[in-house]
Design a protein around this ligand. Structure first.
Ligand SMILES: NC(=O)c1ccc[n+]([C@@H]2O[C@H](COP(=O)([O-])OP(=O)(O)OC[C@H]3O[C@@H](n4cnc5c(N)ncnc54)[C@H](O)[C@@H]3O)[C@@H](O)[C@H]2O)c1
Length: 316
């Protein structure tokens, strides 16, 4: 009978620090780019009129992962989270299931971590300040991961002033500011619901780097098409980014083609060019990949196996 480790929300966060999540995420992009890790496209299963399920598989090293996660926008009205789900890790050599993890914690860590990986790879080397636009669950983890990556000075903006204040206080040395103040930073991370444009062409500054994280589904956008096309463009994965990411609007309008967009994995591996120079404005489109989940979930399982964190057990 297979015995599985069970890592709940707090166990995942205790097992993997933001620093470890950044390292695991960077490694995941490199291994996927090198062809060592496999990632079939994610599958959407609609559940009208309530929301949808997403099945996200990946395989790498000795592990295979399936994230079974949701988006049910009406849930908060019933006191339930919009996003919930589980990550299942199996032994890739035998197929035997090894662990079940809380998908919310894995997703939060890997989403914040990729913002740090992209900033370290694509922002100017002398970039210092970080603007967080949207200080909800994933905005907060983005701030934590950028702080862990060494960015000690930033501006938090959210129409919910209490969310911005709480994040700024937690990060220490960061300030609460308005949208223009956040958009004036060296690195701008947008992590809003994607229902309103927050970055216009005139907001862009030479030398700036933008991480666009909120637009992870069709119809969502945080930057205007004019703003997108004015930037040097990077993405986590072209198929997802061009169909359901920040790039989708510009691609549909025929204003961005694949040749203009470099994958983060290629930049990290040195196979693709990063920013062209200190005056360029760079934009990274994050849609969220199963390889990121695999990197973070594998790190959590290793920590549990090493006894660094307490995991529950389930026998099937
Ligand atoms: N790229 C990825 O890998 C990835 C991963 C997880 C979530 N997401 C997406 O990120 C977005 C945010 O998710 P979340 O779980 O943090 O949601 P959340 O509801 O916890 O936070 C969203 C925050 O944005 C704020 N906000 C709303 N409109 C704003 C505006 N115009 N300007 C600034 N802030 C604004 C809200 O007040 C809220 O605090 C969603 O669209 C989600 O689908 C992307």
């Amino acid at each position: 009978m297979p015995e599985l480790a069970l890592l709940d929300h707090d166990a995942v966060l205790a097992a993997v620090s933001p620093e470890a999540a950044i390292e695991a995420t960077r490694d995941a992009f490199l291994r996927h780019h090198a062809g060592e890790w496999a990632m079939p496209p994610k599958v959407y299963l609609d559940s009208p009129p309530y929301g949808d399920f997403r099945a996200m598989p990946a395989r790498g090293g000795d592990l295979a992962l399936l994230k079974w996660v949701t988006s049910f926008p009406g849930n908060p009205a019933h006191g339930l989270p919009t996003v919930s789900g589980v990550v299942c890790l199996s032994d890739a050599r035998t197929g035997v299931p090894l662990a079940i993890l809380d998908a919310r914690a894995v997703t939060a860590l890997r989403t914040g971590a990729v913002a740090a990986v992209a900033a370290l790879a694509l922002a100017r080397k002398d970039a210092r300040t970080v603007g967080i636009v949207g200080c909800g669950l994933h905005g907060a983890w983005t701030g934590r991961c950028l702080a862990a990556a060494g960015y000690q000075d930033g501006v938090c903006f959210d129409p919910r002033a209490e969310a911005a204040a709480a994040l700024a206080a937690e990060l220490g040395g960061w300030a609460v500011g308005d949208l223009p103040a956040a958009l004036a930073c060296d690195i701008v991370c947008c992590i809003t619901p994607g229902s309103t444009i927050v970055v216009e062409r005139d907001d862009l500054r030479p030398g700036q780097h933008l991480n666009m994280l909120g637009a992870d589904g069709s119809g969502k956008a945080e930057a205007s098409i004019d703003a997108v096309v004015a930037c040097e463009l990077f993405c986590d994965e072209w198929e997802q980014a061009s169909h359901s990411g920040e790039l989708a609007g510009a691609v549909a309008a025929g204003r961005v083609v694949r040749e203009q967009v470099t994958s983060l994995g290629a930049v990290l591996a040195g196979d693709g060019a990063g920013r062209s120079g200190p005056g360029a404005t760079t934009l990274f489109d994050s849609t969220g990949l199963a390889i990121q989940d695999l990197g973070v979930a594998a790190a959590a399982l290793r920590a549990a196996q090493a006894g660094a964190v307490e995991a529950g057990r389930i026998t099937l």
